[in-house]
Design a protein around this ligand. Structure first.
Ligand code: SF4
Length: 80
């Protein structure tokens, strides 16, 4: 199953091409939800439901740049 059931993660288009941020997100997420490449950051969808809601990605990025969406909780956002 590759589709996330419980969690979705979005990176705002304004920062998705930021290579420094991409590498930082790839580094901080303990369950490899972010992948950095030469184009910026992408989301590894098959890992989404592994999210442990640690908030490290929120702290590593500008306010509002990354959204961790709790699909199981009516789409509530994880607070930084
Ligand atoms: S909250 Fe933690 S586990 Fe979830 S995407 Fe962010 S860094 Fe990864």
């Amino acid at each position: 199953m590759s589709e996330a059931l419980f969690i979705n993660v979005e990176v705002d288009a304004s920062v998705a091409g930021d290579l420094t941020l991409a590498r930082k997100l790839e580094e901080v997420c303990p369950v490899d939800i972010f992948a950095a490449d030469e184009f910026g950051v992408s989301i590894v969808t098959e890992n989404l439901d592994e999210c442990v809601l640690c908030g490290l990605c929120l702290h590593a990025s500008p306010p509002g740049a990354v959204r961790v969406i709790k699909l199981y909780d009516d789409g509530a956002l994880l607070a930084a």
